[in-house]
Design a binder for this molecule. Structure first.
Ligand SMILES: Cc1cc2nc3c(=O)[nH]c(=O)nc-3n(C[C@H](O)[C@H](O)[C@H](O)COP(=O)(O)OP(=O)(O)OC[C@H]3O[C@@H](n4cnc5c(N)ncnc54)[C@H](O)[C@@H]3O)c2cc1C
Ligand code: SF4
Length: 388
């Protein structure tokens, strides 16, 4: 399966663009990428200019092209009011995939003698590195895991293969200016203060929200599951607790790895699920059972299976509350995955030399918002360290 639209589809999408003067697509993009401009260049076969328009604002344009949600540029696209929006992310991905060359790497200023540490190599850390290195800083990135990309590595390969993240990284990484330390967890940013002029903390939300029910330890966190789903390969019945995008990714992964059945348990109504229409329809297509207004009560281990006790909820006095006498048991699960959210590390440093960026600062967001946050943290450091 190709992750990219073909040449004909690309041409058709390019031709549909109205070249709106007001540029609602650009205004809706968290990094102010300019679709009207790169589409105009692409129509004129000026591919280098199209590539440059994308990469000057977005150091991870290829990855964004595959997974940016449709709530930004596409939701604002004028064409949506005529028939359907231009698939701007897919155009962006196709342009970069087919036309970005080694010579498109952005140029760097002369080294300015200052050193920055970045903790976390997710989109926020990678974006911050891209901007700082070009302003002449020496960068050291410390990443707890074995690879770059952060939470993006939990996205199933069908939506985002890891190679795509590496492809963007190739254009960020400048070997003598950026040192990447993998398997390097930093517990206290202050420990780096002596060696660096400033520190950007971009550690995301590494802690899964607990269910706080008896038997929770019998369940698997979505992080453990999605970082290495093969380890949990099951041909049996899988329960997913949660109804957002991450829970949907768990469900799709379990089905694609051969689960006999997958059921999602969602505290609210199905119409309140925070997922796109496309993802919702995909869950139905794959016969994933959606149990709305249902919460877990406890998990028990029986001889062969896990028993999940659940209860129904109702919406009363403006909140979701348990519906009495509805607790019942489902004794047939082989794997129960909890996917109800995540949290940043609690402790925040108030030193002016430590800046926070991405999901650890804003809470769970999207790739392009994390990139925007990383770029703006870098901009703050450039302003304070170079221009004050
Ligand atoms: C399953 C899933 C699907 C998603 N799907 C989409 C999608 O389709 N579209 C979209 O736009 N967004 C999606 N997202 C959200 C997106 O991935 C995040 O918003 C984004 O990755 C946040 O970037 P970040 O750099 O702030 O944090 P992260 O990506 O979480 O990166 C933080 C990095 O810091 C490292 N780290 C943590 N603590 C330490 C420490 N003490 N020392 C060193 N390193 C540390 C972590 O290992 C990690 O690599 C999805 C998220 C998940 C989990
Ligand atoms: S809003 Fe849509 S139609 Fe208008 S310039 Fe942007 S992509 Fe083209």
């Amino acid at each position: 399966m190709s992750h990219f639209i073909n040449k004909l589809q690309l041409q058709a999408e390019l031709n549909r663009c109205l070249q709106c003067k007001t540029q609602p697509c650009m205004n809706a993009c968290p990094v102010s990428c300019n679709p009207r401009e790169f589409i105009a260049f692409a129509r004129a076969n000026a591919w280098n200019d199209a590539v440059h328009t994308i990469t000057r604002n977005n150091p991870m344009g290829l990855t964004c092209g595959l997974i940016c949600p449709d709530k930004f540029c596409m939701a604002a696209c004028t064409r949506a009011r005529i028939d359907f929006p231009i698939n701007i992310p897919k155009i962006q991905a196709a342009i970069l995939h087919s036309h970005r060359q080694a010579s498109d790497a952005l140029t760097c200023a002369e080294p300015n003698g200052q050193k920055i540490a970045i903790i976390g190599a997710g989109p926020a850390g990678m974006a911050a590195a891209s901007r700082l290195v070009r302003a002449g800083f020496q960068i050291d990135i410390f990443e707890a895991r074995k690879e770059i990309g952060g939470a993006l590595n939990m996205i199933p390969d069908e939506r985002l293969p890891h190679d795509i993240i590496e492809e963007d990284w190739k254009f960020i990484m400048i070997p003598d200016r950026i040192r990447l330390h993998l398997n390097a967890k930093i517990d206290d940013p202050n420990a780096l203060c002596d060696a660096f002029d400033a520190i950007i903390v971009a550690t995301g939300e590494p802690n899964c929200t607990p269910l706080n029910i008896p038997g929770e330890e019998l369940s698997t966190s979505y992080m453990d599951y999605l970082y290495d789903p093969q380890k949990f390969k099951t041909s049996g019945n899988v329960a997913i607790i949660g109804g957002g995008n991450v829970a949907a990714d768990c469900a799709m992964t379990a089905i694609s790895l051969g689960a006999a059945s997958v059921e999602m348990f969602i505290r609210r109504g199905l119409s309140d699920m925070k997922i796109s229409r496309k993802d919702f329809l995909e869950l139905l297509e794959k016969h994933i059972q959606l149990n709305g207004m249902t919460s877990p009560v406890r998990i028990e281990k029986t001889q062969d299976h896990l028993t999940l006790w659940v209860r129904k909820n109702h919406f009363i006095d403006n909140k979701w509350s348990p519906l009495e006498d509805t607790t019942h048991q489902l004794p047939y699960f082989d794997l129960v995955i909890r996917a109800i959210g995540s949290r940043a590390d609690q402790k925040k440093d108030d030193s002016p030399r430590v800046i926070y960026a991405g999901d650890c600062k804003t809470g769970g967001s999207t790739i392009v918002e994390a990139i925007s946050s990383g770029l703006s943290a870098a901009g703050t450091l450039i302003a304070t360290l170079l221009h004050s």
